[in-house]
Write a protein that binds this ligand. Sequence first.
Ligand code: SF4
Length: 687
Amino acid sequence: QDYRKWETTQVKTTCPYCGTGCQINLVVKNRKIVDAEPANGVANKNLLCVKGKFASYKFVTSGERLKKPLIKRDGEFVPVSWSEAINYMAERFGTLKSQYGPDSLAGFACSRSTNEDNYVFQKMVRTAFGNNNVDNCARVCHAPSVHGLGITLGSGAMTNTIADITTDVDVILLIGSNTTEAHPVIGAQIRQAVQHGTKLIIIDPRNIDLVKNSTLHLQLKGGTNIALINAMMHVIIKEGLADEKFIAERTEGYEAMRDLVADYTPEKVAPICEVAPEDIVKAARMYALADKAPLIYCLGVTEHSFGTEGVMSMSNLAMLVGKVGRPGCGVNPLRGQNNVQGACDLGASPFDFPGYQKVGDPAVQAKFEAAWHTKLNDKIGLTETQALPAAQTGRIRGLYIFGEDPMATDPDTNDVRRDLENMDFLVVHDLFMTETAKYADVVLPGLSYAEKDGTFTNTERRVQRVRQAAKALGGVKVDYQVFSELATKMGYEMAYDSPSAIMDEIAQVVPSYGGINYERLEQNSGLQWPCRTLDDPGTPILHVDKFTRGKGLFKALPYQPPDELPDDQYPFLMATGRQLYQYNTRVMTDKTPGIDQLAGRSYIEMNTVDAQKMGIKDGDKVQVSSRRGTIQTYAAVADVVSVGSVFMTLHYHDGNANVLTNPHCDDIAIIPDYKVCAVKIEPVAAP
Ligand code: SF4
């Protein structure tokens, strides 16, 4: 510690990593952040994980930060002034728009950035670009939650609060969530609940750390969630444990679902999922008979080629036993990035204007045309997963990427490279020179969370303040001003005085944010949407007397095998996910030296039986190939995965798991299947 307490001030803000939304005090000396300490937020109760405590500020002052706009000339990046960069962007985007039409441009917003930045970014795409080709990285994580919960319950968001689902509950049903690594502070609260008597059921293909705290672990085969949930529902109905009153009064579509699951006996489903039939029965009884039992899920449910159906099956199960709209229950997706909930809420989506108001609905179009004083495109836009490959067919010609790195995050990296190389004009706006930025025509420096004011919305729908702690890096423009100036140069005038003024505009056009402003956020510990009026205290639990869509909708969802299964040529089933120390592309965590020492290289988890058969030892270098490419990485041999399955984290450029992953997408949310692809593994001989 190189400071004395009395030399410092503390600025309370929100952690920039996962969707838990932990409150942090950044310790500031001479306008520079020197430390981070936990603050007492509603979601984190004075806890922080290793990323929040140690990796939340060193990247802010890293010497690798981008400081000036860069234009690529003759293959080299040349520093230029902001006005030159913005004029050049306006001219290049404008030319493409007149030559190929407005639909030839697209923009990816940033789920790490503030609500205010995201709102202005999507407004720039809709007004100045003139289309709805705007998306955010929810497309590659929780887009199925937005679609699936939207279809079945009416709101694509967590139904209850973090405190509510981890305090005094009887059973927690945890599906496809490695909570202690991906949402560590929620993981800690689940552990505390177990210490106080809560029973934990885990449905997960890996032997994750929380299994030690569980009563029951169903280690199912990857990609078989829907079959398993259908079998649990079969048991519940057969044993008379369904909540008939709730079903009759509050739901629709039950009969079709009931008829479908009649075939899903535990005996039939057990071999598909590779679990014991009696464990399916046990899990169904424990969940149905508990009074308070939240269902919590994460990317193990969503990142599939049938991810939206997987999410809808979560709603089916909870509604079947009447566990929605009540304290200590609900359907609770743990959103990934710090502000991925907010980016979706505020319209960084090709399907929705801000507030999930539908593109193409004449009343919604008229509302936004009146509010923004311009004619708007009424065609649903392209998702990120559609817009990138559209560069190869010439349908998309110009792309603005704000704070995303598809070369690291999107499936089939070799194909993403071809997409970027085919783009006529690419702008990347980020903190650092990312892999994707190397392919850009213009690179813009962005501001970090610690250098700006704004808000993030966490996984429990809580809008919380982000407060400027450090002096903004010299020469870097405020992000929303860049979008406003570009829009203005392209013919749509836009200017904002402050993030607070942007939130006031959001409150005017988004009914569920209607009662939110900065003054109220200062007085409260954040506000949970829907918060419709200035005297509305916010909504901790959704769907209490009525579902947002009126009645809850059951969907009959047959199990379908994943798009690509292991075969003789590629015999292992591979899934990807996160680990505790690193965060997504590592663009921020790898600037904290201690973190990189703990988890500095890529690895692939293998079962000991498979490793022994192939003569591979823990730490050996191996070559991993799929139909899309080949990488080298290191074996991590232990019994975390089952025989025949392997697992890689998604964080590393050297040994990038996404060279291997399958770009095949779900039909509704257009999300790729990161959780199931077929690979082969070969030992690499020592030199
Ligand atoms: Fe930050 Fe998430 Fe860790 Fe909390 S749990 S400190 S929000 S990374």
